[in-house]
Ligand binder design. Structure first.
Ligand code: ATP
Ligand code: MG
Length: 265
């Protein structure tokens, strides 16, 4: 069974897309079968792995409104993983879904067709709590939350946890927090260190040990349509995402046994 993760945080620009693309590529590099789903009409995860948005039809949009299937829509990237692409058309799904039956469950139902084809499914959610994100949270068994260690981060996290509780109560009883990922980390900042420390004391083992540093190669790679390991494998950014992928495999396979791994805070 695939591990289905939503990469989510309603706060914008925290590294969701960078994480979805680079973690997908890193897990694939470690031999895992990965599907990345772009749930953001911005389509940055799609272009970030070398898939042209214009050519990328049909997309996740057609799947949500029932005009396409997973098989017809997924694209094999040159980086060893599949992508279910998105483009601006997906913005319309928000309105159209309201009219449709089972509107919150459509992605989950479409994914059921994947069967045993993947070890990991990673969904890049948009920076909003809309029907697209809800479809992602309903299809997921857990969420990965990328966050920057800055002043308002903890406040945002409280809102997110409240949302996750609601989704769990009403739509998806198995939903858990997979882990919190510190992104764009600058160890020289005292505030970063403080917030990072608070995160660890509040969320304990749910905070990944792997930390993603601020690294310019991570910001440059998308403009070449490549995950960073295909762009500059020796960069600190590439090494950090490989380390995160390994940590996830270690957790999955029980080589790290966090005391309360996954429970909703
Ligand atoms: P949105 O909420 O708009 O979807 P996001 O959460 O997906 O944003 P990204 O698009 O991944 O965030 O990152 C925001 C910007 O920061 C991008 O320009 C990205 O290239 C850059 N970035 C992300 N992570 C890093 C990092 N570790 N080091 C340097 N730059 C980074
Ligand atoms: Mg994004």
């Amino acid at each position: 069974m695939a591990k289905v993760l939503a990469v989510t945080n309603q706060k914008g620009g925290v590294g969701k897309t960078t994480t979805a693309v680079n973690l997908s590529a890193s897990l694939a590099a470690l031999g895992q079968r990965v599907l990345m789903i772009d749930l953001d009409p911005q389509g940055n995860a799609t272009t970030g792995c070398g898939v042209m948005k214009r050519e990328a039809l049909p997309t996740v949009y057609q799947i949500l409104i029932g005009r396409s299937t997973l098989d017809q829509s997924r694209i094999r990237t040159e980086f060893g993983f599949d992508v279910l692409p998105a483009n601006r058309e997906l913005a319309g799904a928000e309105v159209e879904l309201i009219e449709l039956p089972n509107r919150e469950f459509r992605l989950r139902d479409a994914l059921a067709a994947a069967g045993d084809a993947y070890d990991f499914v990673l969904m890049d959610c948009p920076p909003a709590l809309n029907m697209l994100t809800v479809n992602g949270l309903v299809a997921a068994e857990s969420v990965m939350i990328p966050m920057q260690c800055e002043y308002y981060a903890l406040e945002g996290l409280t809102d997110l946890v409240t949302t996750l509780r609601k989704v769990r109560a009403n739509l998806n009883p198995v939903l858990q927090i997979e882990g919190l990922l510190r992104t764009m980390y600058d160890p020289r900042s005292t505030l970063t260190q403080q917030v990072s420390g608070e995160l660890e004391s509040h969320f304990g083992d749910k905070v990944y040990r792997s930390i993603i540093p601020r690294n310019v190669r991570l910001a440059e790679a998308p403009s070449y349509g490549k995950p960073v390991i295909a762009f500059d494998r020796q960069s600190r950014g590439a090494q950090a995402y490989l380390q995160l992928a390994q940590e996830m495999l270690d957790r999955r396979d029980g080589r790290i046994a966090p005391t309360e791994q996954g429970a909703l805070a």
